[in-house]
Write a protein that binds this ligand. Structure first.
Ligand code: HEC
Length: 136
């Protein structure tokens, strides 16, 4: 009996924590609706490997379409990969973060920068909050 109450108390404390960690991933951003794949056949072998790490690690909380269709400068990607790595339970270690950043920087220069109007600029925290409010 006491054990059941304790389990229920622990569960009810954990659910809001879990939801807080996920907030921002349960909102649809404009870039989430774009393609969810990159044709990397012409990329150097190292970048093709990097693409796999990126596709695996960066699709845990939101669709991989989000980073695929977002255009940023190189320093912005550097900051952004760190921001994603530091989210609770990101599952992204330092060396994986470096591999992913190298891939995103290469992909930015060789795909996105050549056709910038096809991609979305990153949104501010305020813009993301606004979309969240509209969608819930
Ligand atoms: C632990 C969950 C999690 C993981 C893993 C994760 N993200 Fe995110 N991502 C989020 C959340 C939540 C947001 C919404 C903005 C915020 O809260 O920072 C977001 C937003 C974004 C955006 C939108 C930027 C904008 O302002 O329009 C991009 C791009 C992005 N993530 C790229 C990545 C990349 C690249 C990786 C892999 C290195 C990654 N994410 C891994 C949770 C995650």
């Amino acid at each position: 009996m006491h054990k059941a109450i304790r389990t229920m108390t622990i569960a009810s404390l954990c659910i809001p924590l879990f939801m807080a960690a996920q907030s921002g991933s349960n909102v649809t951003l404009p870039q989430d609706k774009g393609p969810s794949k990159i044709d990397v056949a012409s990329y150097p072998p190292d970048q093709q490997k990097g693409y796999k790490v990126f596709a695996d690690k960066c699709s845990k909380c939101h669709t991989i379409a989000r980073p695929i269709n977002t255009t940023m400068t190189r320093p912005e990607w550097e900051r952004y990969v760190k921001r994603m790595m530091h989210k609770p339970n990101s599952g992204i270690g330092d060396s994986q973060g470096k591999t992913i950043f190298d891939f995103l920087a290469y992909d930015q220069e060789n795909r996105k920068d050549k056709n910038p109007s096809a991609f979305s600029k990153s949104l501010s925290d305020e813009e993301i909050e606004k979309l969240k409010a509209q969608q819930h």
